[in-house]
Design a protein. Structure first.
Lengths: 82, 190
């Protein structure tokens, strides 16, 4: 398979690649490009740490216990109503 | 106790594990803890009543977040979404990377910023951008699921995400510079 992706295309597709939203063929092209393009790989690492930070945010905050209890209470009432 | 089920999976078992995600998204959409709590409760009751419409095997989190988002739009949001500014078209994808690649090429500064400031910066995004970023990058919904929830084409989701990420990176970079989390390259000595 010949190298078909240039840096501009790789950069344009990078976020979809990191979010695993590319087709397997496109993802393979991206993977091949990143393997031997240091500038694009550097940029990919940067974007990855941005996306990982956002994912981590989600684990730092959850539903307060009081709200959970309130929702359960309301659901019970609703269920008993039938 | 009467309890709607879809192929045996009770509502509780499918929906309750997503309360954390519902609350987080509600908080980002409303910007207010009290409203967020009411929104979560309304969403859960609506979802319970609509449980027969849930398609088993699809992402329950996406289904619940769609109900939450629709409830927010219909019952909570006071003002119309402002039209999205168009001067963002010219943003270069790697503008912030270029600015920091000499001092922090790995983007370590992102995780050095306290959560509160990150959330503030997310809340400051235009609503259209904020909602896709929260659903995709914090809650992990697929582009297709977001498109379905928002009733917009996948291309629209992607372009909003692109802009949301660029804007957020820009404001986090700004904050990191102002607070010294990133220090500009030292000027070379004479």
């Amino acid at each position: 398979m010949s190298e078909t992706l240039d840096c501009q295309e790789a950069i344009a597709r990078l976020q979809d690649y990191l979010k695993q939203e590319l087709t397997p063929e496109l993802a393979a092209e991206m993977h091949a490009h990143l393997e031997h393009c240091r500038p694009c790989l550097g940029y990919a690492r940067f974007e990855k740490s941005f996306l990982e930070m956002l994912e981590a945010q989600a684990h730092h905050c959850g539903c307060p216990g009081e709200l959970r209890a309130r929702v359960l209470r309301e659901l019970r009432i609703e269920m008993e109503r039938g | 106790m009467a309890e709607p089920t879809t192929t045996g999976r009770p509502f509780d078992a499918e929906a309750l594990p997503h309360l954390d995600a519902l609350y987080r998204v509600a908080l980002r959409l409303t910007g207010d803890p009290t409203q967020a709590e009411d929104l979560v409760q309304d969403t859960m009751l609506k979802a319970y009543r609509a449980w027969h419409q849930y398609r088993p095997g699809t992402n329950a989190k996406g289904w619940l977040l769609t109900i939450l988002r629709n409830t927010f739009i219909n019952d909570y949001r006071r003002r119309k979404l402002e039209p999205v500014a168009t001067d963002l078209e010219a943003i270069e994808p790697h503008a912030i990377y270029r600015a920091v690649e000499d001092v922090d090429p790995e983007g370590a500064f992102f995780s050095k910023i306290v959560d509160e400031k990150v959330l503030e910066a997310i809340d400051a995004l235009p609503p259209d951008f904020r909602e896709v970023l929260v659903l995709s990058d914090m809650e992990g919904l697929r582009y297709g699921e977001i498109a379905e929830a928002l009733k917009v084409p996948v291309g629209t989701v992607k372009s909003r995400l692109f802009r949301a990420r660029r804007l957020l990176q820009g404001s986090l970079y700004q904050y990191a510079m102002e607070t010294g989390i990133i220090s500009p390259r030292e000027a070379p000595h004479e």
